[in-house]
Design a protein around this ligand. Structure first.
Ligand SMILES: Nc1ncnc2c1ncn2[C@@H]1O[C@H](COP(=O)(O)OP(=O)(O)O)[C@@H](O)[C@H]1O
Ligand SMILES: O=c1ccn([C@H]2C[C@H](O)[C@@H](COP(=O)(O)O)O2)c(=O)[nH]1
Length: 289
């Protein structure tokens, strides 16, 4: 295992734990504070509760000491986000860990993205990204925020992706590829900046399932989700490069947490073995299990 390594070749079998470049990353899964990874800005939201409210889907929030909206009781729970390309095996990984007691698993709300009041923004986005990209990504941002803020029922929460990858990977990809008008990107960015400035979204660890785009392409075809039949290999390559820049090279956007890299091109049995081998690392430091 290499700790804090950078630029290590892809597809190596070892697992790596990379630290965020910013100085203010959450120190461990025990961290009571929610910290934003921006130079010179630290928000400690761990202690005081001034106001409390309950929203839809069991969201309980309060105003913390820094004036940020915080999830109620969130300071005591560890949050692990599973990140990776489309069809890299995130859901399969979560299914594996869902069998562990004391871990709460939250999959991406894809069913909502496929059906909001009878509309399918995911399908619309793939059909015409220029027109519908903002529609899908606005809804993704809302539903991911709802996931982050929903009340936690176990000491450890494992969730699929995050509001950060929605913005840093998918919105960014639409914009850079010329499939999102500048004004749509600006509006989404304003929303994202407002949310992350005013709402505490603590993440303690990112687990990055690192795959080749080719592997994802094969798994995508095997999964055969109707909306995704139009996805070419090049799309997965773009997503892959954005992930690598963010989580491995750490040259694009701030990291909300340290990164554990798990090479994920291997067959299912091998992957399950790796998850078992890394169980302690993934859950390390929570002091709650
Ligand atoms: N290690 C693996 N080897 C082969 N197929 C896999 C592996 N992991 C997952 N799959 C299959 O690949 C497809 C995508 O996996 P999934 O877990 O849904 O990915 P994601 O949630 O990242 O989109 C599914 O059909 C799944 O059964
Ligand atoms: O912000 C986002 C997040 C996801 N998507 C798309 C990509 C896939 O087609 C589905 C679900 O992703 P999985 O990797 O299979 O979980 O949603 C998006 O367009 N924007």
């Amino acid at each position: 295992m290499l700790v804090g390594g950078r630029g290590v070749p892809l597809w190596s079998r070892c697992v790596r734990l990379l630290s965020p470049h910013c100085a203010e990353a959450p120190s461990s899964l025990r961290a009571a504070a929610a910290v934003r990874c921006h130079p010179g800005r630290t928000f400690n939201t761990g202690s005081c509760r001034l106001l409390q409210s309950r929203g839809p889907s069991g969201t309980e929030t309060a105003i913390g000491t820094a004036g940020k909206l915080v999830r109620n009781g969130g300071d005591k729970k560890a949050v692990i986000c599973i990140e990776g390309n489309i069809a890299s095996g995130k859901t399969t990984c979560l299914e594996y860990f869902s069998k562990t007691s004391n871990i709460e698993v939250l999959t991406e709300p894809v069913s909502k993205w496929r059906n909001v009041r009878g509309h399918n923004p995911l399908a619309l986005m793939y059909q015409d990204p220029k027109r519908w990209g903002i529609t899908l990504q606005t809804y993704v941002q809302l539903t991911m925020l709802d996931r982050h803020l929903s009340s936690v029922s176990a000491p450890v929460r494992m969730m699929e992706r995050s509001i950060f990858s929605a913005k840093y990977i998918f919105v960014e990809n639409l914009f850079r590829s010329g499939k999102m008008p500048e004004v749509d990107f600006a509006v989404l960015s304003e929303w994202f900046d407002w949310i992350t400035t005013n709402i505490s979204i603590p993440v303690d660890l990112i687990v990055y399932l690192q795959t080749s785009p080719q592997t994802c392409y094969e798994r995508l075809k095997q999964r055969c989700r109707e909306e995704e039949k139009v996805i070419p290999l090049e799309y997965l390559e773009s997503i892959h490069h954005l992930y690598e820049d963010w989580l491995i090279k750490q040259t694009s956007f701030p990291l909300p947490a340290p990164v554990l890299v798990i090479p994920a091109d291997h067959d299912l049995q091998n992957m399950l073995h790796q998850y078992e081998e890394n169980r302690d690392k993934i859950l390390a430091g929570s002091c709650l299990l």
